[in-house]
Every structure is written in C-alpha cells, then in structure tokens.
Design a protein around this ligand. Structure first.
Ligand code: PLP
Length: 475
C-alpha cells in the first residue's frame, strides 16, 4: 500500500466527530504508520491526550485524568508549569538553537548549580557533562567508568532499570530487553536488592542481620568467588550502578543502613559507585538527590527526566573531579549533536531555580506522609493491598490476591486499564486516573504524583483509587 493512500483520512476533523471517533480514526492510522517498538502498544487500547495542566491530563472529550505517576516522575513541578514554560519561550526568542561545540550562558549556569548542589550534598567538587536522554547519560557514565578503570564488567541490581540503549540494556536486569538483540558480552552481574517485603533470601527485616550485605561482601572474600583477585587487590567490576530507590523495579525502598554498607564495600574493593537519579532525583524523595536520604557519596551520578520538567530533552552526569578532570576525560571523549541544547539548558536552569527558591525539603515529606496515610487507610479496607510504603512522594502499593501476599498482576493491569478508560465517577462527573505499574511481578502501583499536588487532589486520589480497587477486584 502506498503512503498516498492515507491522504483521504488526513487531516482528520476533530470538530465533526466525537472524541472517541476522533481517537479511533487516529489510532487506525497510528497502528499502520508508527513502529510498535516503543511502549505504546503495551496497552490494550493506546490512549490519546490533548491537554494538560497541573496534576491533570485531558482527553479529546475534555475528561480530566488525575495523573499519579507524572510521566514516570519527569514532570515533578506539574504539567504546563508557567515558570518553566516561560523560560522555554524566552529562550526560543533569544537563542533557540546552537551547535554544541559553542558555549551559551545557560549551560554554564545550569552546570554550576548542579555542581554546587552535589558539593553541598556529597562534599565533593565535580563537573557536569550533559546529554539528551537518561540512557545516553548512562552510556556516558559507562564510558567514564571504563576510561578510569579500563574495566567493562559492572555490577547492578536485580530489578534495576537504567535504560534501553545497548550499553544501558547491558546493566538493566530484564533479560527480556536483551534477548532479541544477541549477545551482551558486557552484561552486568545482578545483585539482589534489599526488597524486604519479598526478601530474596527469605529473611525478616527485624532478624536478618543485613544478610544481603553479608552475601554481597562474600563476593570479595577469596579468589574462588570468581570476582576478586587478592594478589592484585582488584575486583573484576568497574562500577556498581545503583538506584537508591528502585523505580521500574517497583519503588522499593531499602533500609536506611543498607547503602552506607554497600558504599563501604565498594570503596574497599576499588569499585566505583554510580548513582542513577534519573527517576528519583529532583526532590521526588524529599531531597534533591535521593541518595542524600542514605548519607552516601557516589563517585558518579546520572540524572534526566525532571531536570526540564519533561519539557525538552536534557540529561547529564556529575562526576568527581578526579574522574572527569580535563586530563582524564579530554575533549571528544563523548559527544552528541543535541547534548547541551539551549532549550534544554534554559528550562533546566529554571527548574533548578524553582527548586532552590522553594521549600521542597519540607513540603514533599509532609505531602508524602499524608499520601502514605491514604494508602494505609486503603490497605485497611482492601486486603488485596499487600504492601504500602513511601519516601517523600515516591510511593508504592502492591496489588495481591486476597491473601495480601501473592502478587496479582491481573488486578494491577485492570486498575491501569480501567483508570485510562476515564469512566470513574466523582459527584456525577466523569474522571480518569493515570497510574503506572511496575515491580518484579508487575503488580506494584508506583505512585509519583506532582510535587505540587494539593491536599484536595490527594483526597480525590483516595476516592478514585478506592473506587477503582473496589470495581477491579470484583472482576
Ligand atoms: C532509573 C532510570 N534510569 C535510566 C532510565 C532511562 O532513561 P531514558 O528513558 O530517558 O533513556 C530510566 C527511565 O525510566 C530510569 O527510570
């Protein structure tokens, strides 16, 4: 079929159709002309949205959907945030594009703010290197580690997610993402994460004596574990890539004492610690950088998503001076055409200013505590909620069978789908709910509401979730 055969249906006229008809017509074309290789077609019926504001997305029927996952935590300051939008508009009128081999003011200012933030969080002078997406920043971090250690083997976590480019896939736990693409010689070794609700060692947190830390340390006890050479005092791994709170893995929050121990072991064994803040950074957990909650100093940190409030692609890494000083990571070590694009740096700079001027270290934990109480009250009512937990506004709710433990992916899937149908009823008004499902068994509702969410919106979230769970557990 030639591409011209689509012309009779384009342009579609929204005005002459209902919202559903317009979506159906668009979807019919999309199915045929867009690759299905992204994540759109995970959904039974992919969803269109037309507008957004604050905590809400709106479809073609103008139905509001309360978004409790904010683009996987890319839109921390709410949709269509005026200050961030204006920064972008002003930059469009001033310096909308510039080849990345030239400098512009916003790049330097943004890098300075991130360097300052890392200095006050981790007590180390460092430097920033920008790129476009999270996976690309992870690739840059891999290059930096390889350059410094000359090692290609990395440690990473079971349940960890670092992206889907080839290098990032190699350190992401899901074999599903790698299997169709041949061999990954640089595949990471995956270590169990301290997921206490479902302890991989079948222990209980109050009596485990940090068994997982002991198991990790065992890797370097003698040469016969296969990863440590006592004669040279070198481990086989260049770095340990960690998310201090697992994102895609289901917003799993480790015990406070865990990461300091891991950092100690890595330091003793000459393994760099790379902190992936792509999903949990930018105050999601009540601290600018999630790792600050655990008092640990990474060697390298990667960030993306909420840096521009999801407005224009920009990501980056911060690394300690000794790893990234110009003599160690010289000109041309890595480069991408759009790596420090001026629209991204201008919006990123505005986001960092908003964070600096705001009071997020107080408001996020306060709101997080309120939201966690909502989840606890839902858990009391619905025995299918096996576990709830949260740090700041990174919250989790595990959907289970009626025993409160056996994971129920089916229930979580139904909630996800039903929420997107936009047929929930609030005082006679139709509404939808945007959720994200993650976790090892795909049964965890991972909640990342806007950091600007109001008490009224959180109360609404309670009512919508209650309605959704009540409906979905019946069929
Ligand atoms: C922790 C983490 N690292 C890396 C990535 C990859 O980022 P991107 O999708 O921008 O490539 C993600 C994306 O979800 C993530 O959550």
């Amino acid at each position: 079929m030639s591409s011209t055969s689509y012309t009779p249906t384009l342009p579609l006229s929204e005005g002459s159709m209902t919202g559903e008809q317009f979506e159906d017509a668009l979807l019919a074309i999309e199915k045929d002309v867009c690759s299905h290789g992204d994540t759109v077609h995970y959904a039974e019926r992919p969803k269109f949205f037309e507008n957004c504001e604050g905590s809400y997305l709106y479809d073609y029927n103008e139905t509001p959907y309360l978004d409790l996952q904010m683009w996987y935590s890319a839109v921390n300051l709410g949709y269509a945030n005026q200050r961030v939008n204006n920064a972008l508009k002003q930059q469009i009128d001033k310096l909308p594009q510039l080849a990345c081999q030239y400098l512009h003011k916003e790049k330097v200012e943004l890098a300075s703010m991130i360097v300052d933030s890392a200095k006050s969080a981790f007590g180390e002078k460092g430097r920033v290197h920008f790129n476009v997406g999270g996976s690309q920043a992870v690739e840059d971090a891999l290059k930096l580690v390889r350059k410094h250690t000359r090692k290609q083997h990395m440690l990473a976590y079971e349940g960890g997610y670092h992206g889907r480019t080839l290098g990032a896939s190699a350190i992401t736990s899901s074999y599903r993402y790698r299997e169709p693409f041949g061999e990954f010689g640089d595949r990471a070794e995956f270590v169990p994460f301290p997921y206490c609700f479902r302890c991989p060692y079948d222990k209980k947190p109050d009596s485990c004596g940090m068994h997982c830390v002991k198991q990790f340390e065992r890797k370097f006890e003698h040469e016969y574990t296969g990863t440590w050479n006592p004669k040279t005092g070198k481990a086989e791994f260049g770095a340990f890539f960690v998310e201090s709170i697992q994102g895609t893995g289901g917003y799993v929050i480790p015990p406070k004492e865990y990461f300091p121990e891991i950092a100690r072991i890595c330091k003793e064994r000459g393994i760099l610690l790379v902190d992936d803040e792509i999903q949990m950074g930018f105050f999601r957990t009540g601290k600018l950088w999630a790792m600050e909650n655990f008092g640990v100093k990474p060697d390298i940190m990667v960030f993306g998503k909420a840096l521009t409030n999801g407005l224009n692609p920009l990501s980056g890494l911060w690394a300690k001076e000794e790893l990234i000083s110009p003599d160690k990571f010289g000109p041309g070590s890595t480069h991408s055409t759009f790596s420090s694009n001026s629209l991204g740096t201008a919006t990123g700079l505005e986001v960092m200013k908003i964070f600096k001027e705001g009071n997020y270290e107080e408001t996020v934990p306060e709101k997080g505590a309120y939201f966690l109480n909502i989840l606890k009250s839902l858990q009391k009512k619905h025995k299918e909620i096996g576990d709830v937990d949260g740090l700041g506004l990174a919250l989790r709710m595990e959907m289970c069978e009626a025993d409160g433990y056996t994971p129920s992916r089916a229930l979580a899937d139904r909630m996800f789908q039903r929420g997107l149908e936009g047929n929930l009823n609030v005082n006679g008004k139709k509404m939808g709910l945007v959720l994200d499902i993650g976790g090892y068994y795909k049964n965890v509702v991972t909640l990342a509401p806007s950091l600007e969410i109001t008490v009224e919106e959180m109360d609404l979230a309670h009512d919508l979730l209650d309605q959704l769970i009540t409906e979905c557990k019946q069929n």
